[in-house]
Write a protein that binds this ligand. Sequence first.
Ligand code: ADP
Ligand code: MG
Length: 758
Amino acid sequence: PVDRSPEIQEARLKLPVLAEEQVIMEAVRENPCVVICGETGSGKTTQVPQFLYEAGYACGSGIIGITEPRRVAAVSMSHRVAKEMNLSTRVVSYQIRYEGNVTSDTKIKFMTDGVLLKEIQKDFLLQRYSVIIIDEAHERSVYTDILIGLLSRIVPLRNKKGMPMKLLVMSATLRVEDFTDNTKLFRIPPPVIKVDARQFPVTIHFNKRTPLEDYTGEVFQKTCKIHRMLPPGGILVFLTGQAEVHNLCRRLRKAFPFRKSNTTTGEDEEADTSEAMRKFKKAKQKKTVSLPRIDLDNYSALPVDEGDEDREAGIGDEEDEGSDLEIGDDPVNAEEKADPSIPLYVLPLYSLLAPEQQAKVFRPPPPGTRLCVVATNVAETSLTIPGIKYVVDCGRVKKRFYDRVTGVSSFKVTWTSQASANQRAGRAGRTEPGHCYRLYSSAVFGDFSLFSEAEITRRPVEDLVLQMKDLNIDKVVNFPFPTSPSAEALVASEQLLVSLGALKEPPRTGRVKEMERARLSCPITPLGRAMASFPVAPRYAKMLALGKQQDCLPYVIAVVAAMTVREIFEDLDRPAGSEDENSKLTQRRARLTQMRRLWAGQGASLLLGDLMVMLGAVGACEFAGCTPKFCEENGLRYKAMVEIRRLRGQLTNAVNAVCPEVGAFVNPKMSPPTEHQVVCLRQIVLAGLGDHLARRAQAEDILDPKWKNGYKTPLMDEPVFIHPTSALFKALPEFVVYQEIMETTKMYMKGVSAVEAE
Ligand code: ADP
Ligand code: MG
């Protein structure tokens, strides 16, 4: 029996999903797979695991597993459920890629979808689990899609073996035909249980016109207006990325001061109010300073952003980052007009935000203030924020796009879908009737696509293909995907994997048709199996597999970890708040540049370029004990460095498991590679990134000015460039390999290393 506190019990009774407990549990008893649909906030994520627990699904040896596409949700939901059930986090736990608190007592385990996929590789039947819940299935993240495909086979297998297992798929929308009307996936369509949410009416207000340029300015104006003119009730603002969120928070705090910064914790808020008021009065006498425009091309670091949010992959490099190009000067005039009579309690919310900061949105705002949460699409369905009456929707979303042919990726802000916009609006009607302000016209809304595309159709899939081959799914085309990736993407993946030696080249036959088919069913090689066991992208996995030579392994592991975690350098492009801050930023930039030069090493190691800088940074940071202080002083992202440390440990174990004789270990006092090792490292890097080769533009090209300092790549007609933050920006070697090409103002290669001409 679960011993819940009276307050929790009362709050639970208000959740619509509680009324369906009987129906849900009966359906689960009678069917191997069940789909549950219910509005965000109806209690699916927090309550359904509890129903299963109370019905005894975790009594025996099997436990209850719940997957989330976002790390934020896995962590915060496990804490919430532990608290509701009055159980320790030893029993209700979480596991995300780099951390977790799972113990042998764990009965309910929240995890990211990538983590479960990795577990399937170790134990295809998932024998530890009696139930798997796939949450947020409407998001259609790649790993969620694959998991549903795999589980559609695992569940019947388990039943056949007399170890029954249940599958629950939970979605915030009713659009579940891809799962239910897909006989390839489920021969017998699973029952769909609809949870009727008590949704209050939300009045939608469209803009007459649609701001195309300064939509963040429009968002700011609208939020100020709501706060000044409308009755109490929380405001939830949807923007596209971290930089925008911070910008708006700063402007709102300035317009309606509450306290001077968001670094203080809940305890001293009262004291803060008066302090903030005093500051505000002082600030009012000063003139607002407007910032100079920042030129990204002349800058030491690209801003980090989370793009289409924190989707975790147990395998690939999914911590998306991107560049916000509109970090220039905001018009400040509006700030001066705002009436700051009631303090606005402004909180940011995005995936990379520290968990303690995220948790604040669930607590009631301090008395006498109005809550205003400025969020990315993480607040769309993953987290329900209480007390929201007004939603301000910019109508946009930031997504990473990949060019199908070249693999060039870029972050683009695009219109969201109608389904997403409706989800956003719905956040306003949880506790009473609400209002949603859409900062675009109803005509523009009419042009939005109905639903967002499944992620699997939008990105390269070589990591998935390798994982699936390792699961002995040779004909990936025949896999029961809820939505299949394009044949083009599958062919490209198999070709890359063949070139890396992970798959066997298909036998050559005369007949075209047969060859076509063979290209899509190359079997995995022993090298491929080893690569699949490394939790990194196939190109990096190849480097690890080669790392044994010349005792290079510790270096390869460190570089691969840094490339996988990405964006290890602090974002220095954020706009400074004041002149004082500005000059500090200039100093920091100078220091960072100096440190990079130091890490880039000398002589031969210079040619390793950015990879040497990463290696140097990781080495120096570990040598100093990986402290927040060291990171702070040297412009490294502490969170990234901690992830790198964990990943190094993980990769070292993975390499030892495949190849025990190398006896790899993580040495915190790793000395720099010798000249010999650098040569070897460059070969290893070339072996992994061989298809990412670029050659300096030749004399004849340079006649055209657009080719100045440009590089040629096999697949593109346009020049690509070494990024200004690269260690090789000035050196311009003849041949380079790159980690990725990102299109911002130009096509920039990042993670560049020089290689020898053949
Ligand atoms: P769903 O999964 O259907 O979207 P949830 O189970 O996430 O719904 O949320 C149910 C309720 O629990 C919501 O009202 C939400 O505000 C509340 N809730 C979730 N997490 C927390 C938390 N950490 N603190 C307080 N309330 C929370
Ligand atoms: Mg949920």
